[in-house]
Design a protein around this ligand. Structure first.
Ligand code: IPM
Ligand code: MN
Length: 361
C-alpha cells in the first residue's frame, strides 16, 4: 500500500498539546498494525500569521488535494488576532475549498457517570450528527449598507443549493443503512424559512423515498433541541444545515461528557478530508497540561476509518473508552468520573499503554 501522507496542523492554544498526543498515539498504532501512515507538521495559526502574515500559503490547498490523504487538525483561535480572521482563512477555507461537505459528529456516551440527564445512560445516548459543511449561513454571502450609522442594514444570506442539500441527506441515509440503523431525523426551520428550508423539506422527502427501510422524520430545530434533552434515545442519525448543526453538535457534546470528548470529521468521501476535535483552542488553559486529548484521539480514530483502517480505528476507540472508564482523566472529566486527575500527556501515555495491551504488543 502506498504511504498515506497526513498533514498535521496543530494550530493555536491547546491545539499543539493535543496534536502532539494524537500523533504520538497514531504513529505508534500505525507501527503496531503496520499502517502506511506518515505525518508532516505545518505551523499555520496565529503565531505564524502574526510573524509573517501567512494564513495558508498559495498552492497549499492544491498540495493537500494532490499529495495528502488527510489533515489532522488541532484548533485555531487566538486572542491576539481580533476577529480571528486567520481562523476563518484556515479552517473554514479548508472546509469550503476542499469541499468537505460532511461535518460528521458522533455524540456517544462512554460512561454513565458523564450523562448530565437524569435516568439516561449508555443506551440512550448513541447518536451521530451530519452537519452540512459547505453552505448555509457560513458562506460569507451578504453585506452591510450604511455601516456605523443609525440606518445600518446588515444581511447574512443563507445559501441552500439543491445539490448541496441532496448530498448531505444522501450521506446521512447511506450511513444509517450501512450501519444497520433505522432512523434519520432532519432538522430545519421550514415554518419560518420558507424558501431555503422548504427546499430541505422537499429534498428530504425525495431522498427518504429512495430509502424505504429507514424511518425518516423532519422536525423543526427548536422542537428537536428540546426533545434531545427529553428523549435522546429516540434519535440515531440527525442531519441538518451548517448553523443548526453547529449548535446541535455542541448540545450533543454536552449530553455526552462535554467538548473534551467531542470528535469530528470534515469529510468528502474518497478525497482528502480533515479531522479535528470540536473544542476550540481554549487559550485560557493552554500550556498547562489540562487539555483533554481524547477528542483529538477520537478524531484520529475517525481519520483511520476514513483512510480504510477500520480495525485500527476501532482499537483506538476501545482504548479511549477504557481510558474514560478506568484511567486517569483531565479535570473536565475527572470530577464527574470520580477518578484521579491526569495531565494531557499522562492521559495520552495511558491510552498508548492500553493500545499496546489491546494489540498484544
Ligand atoms: C465548529 C466551530 C467553528 C464553526 C468556528 C470556529 C468557525 O464552532 O467547528 O463547530 O462554527 O463551524
Ligand atoms: Mn461549533
Amino acid at each position: 500500500m502506498t504511504t498515506q501522507r497526513i498533514a498535521v496542523i496543530p494550530g493555536d492554544g491547546i491545539g499543539p498539546e493535543v496534536a502532539q498526543v494524537g500523533v504520538q498515539v497514531l504513529a505508534r498504532l500505525a507501527q503496531l498494525k503496520s499502517l502506511p501512515l506518515s505525518f508532516e507538521w505545518f505551523d499555520f495559526g496565529a503565531e505564524r500569521y502574526l510573524k509573517d502574515g501567512t494564513i495558508l500559503p498559495d498552492g497549499f490547498m492544491q498540495k493537500l488535494r494532490d499529495d495528502y490523504a488527510a489533515v489532522y487538525f488541532g484548533a485555531v483561535g487566538d486572542p491576539r488576532v481580533p476577529g480571528n480572521e486567520h481562523a476563518k482563512g484556515i479552517l473554514l477555507a479548508m472546509r469550503f475549498e476542499l469541499d468537505l461537505y460532511i461535518n460528521l459528529r458522533p455524540c456517544l456516551l462512554f460512561d454513565e457517570r458523564l450523562s448530565p440527564l437524569k435516568g439516561k445512560g449508555l443506551p440512550h445516548l448513541q447518536l451521530i450528527m451530519f452537519r452540512e459543511n459547505t453552505e448555509g449561513l457560513y458562506t460569507g454571502t451578504g453585506g452591510t449598507f450604511k455601516k456605523g450609522t443609525p440606518d445600518e442594514i446588515a444581511q447574512e444570506v443563507e445559501v441552500n443549493t439543491r445539490k448541496g442539500v441532496d448530498r448531505i441527506l444522501e450521506a446521512a441515509f447511506h450511513h444509517a443503512e450501512a450501519r444497520g440503523l433505522t432512523k434519520v431525523c432532519m432538522a430545519d426551520k421550514a415554518n419560518v424559512m420558507l424558501f431555503g428550508h422548504g427546499l430541505w423539506r422537499r429534498a428530504f422527502a425525495e431522498v427518504a423515498k429512495k430509502h424505504p427501510k429507514i424511518q425518516a422524520k423532519a422536525m423543526y430545530v427548536d422542537a428537536l433541541a428540546m426533545d434531545l434533552i427529553r428523549q435522546p434515545e429516540a434519535y440515531q442519525v440527525i442531519v441538518t444545515n451548517n448553523l443548526f448543526g453547529d449548535i446541535l453538535t455542541d448540545l450533543g457534546a454536552a449530553l455526552t461528557g462535554g467538548l473534551g470528548l467531542a470528535a469530528s470529521g470534515n469529510i468528502h468521501p474518497g478525497r482528502v478530508s480533515l479531522f479535528e476535535p470540536v473544542h476550540g483552542s481554549a487559550p485560557d488553559i493552554a500550556g498547562q497540561g489540562k487539555a483533554n486529548p481524547l477528542a483529538m484521539l477520537l478524531s484520529g480514530s475517525m481519520m483511520l476509518e476514513h483512510l480504510g483502517h477500520g480495525a485500527a480505528s476501532l482499537l483506538l476507540l476501545q482504548a479511549v473508552s477504557e481510558q474514560v472508564k478506568h484511567g486517569r482523566n483531565t479535570p473536565d472529566l475527572a470530577k464527574a468520573l470520580g477518578c484521579p486527575v491526569g495531565t494531557t500527556q499522562e492521559v495520552g501515555a495511558e491510552v498508548l499503554a492500553r493500545l499496546e495491551l489491546l494489540t498484544g504488543a
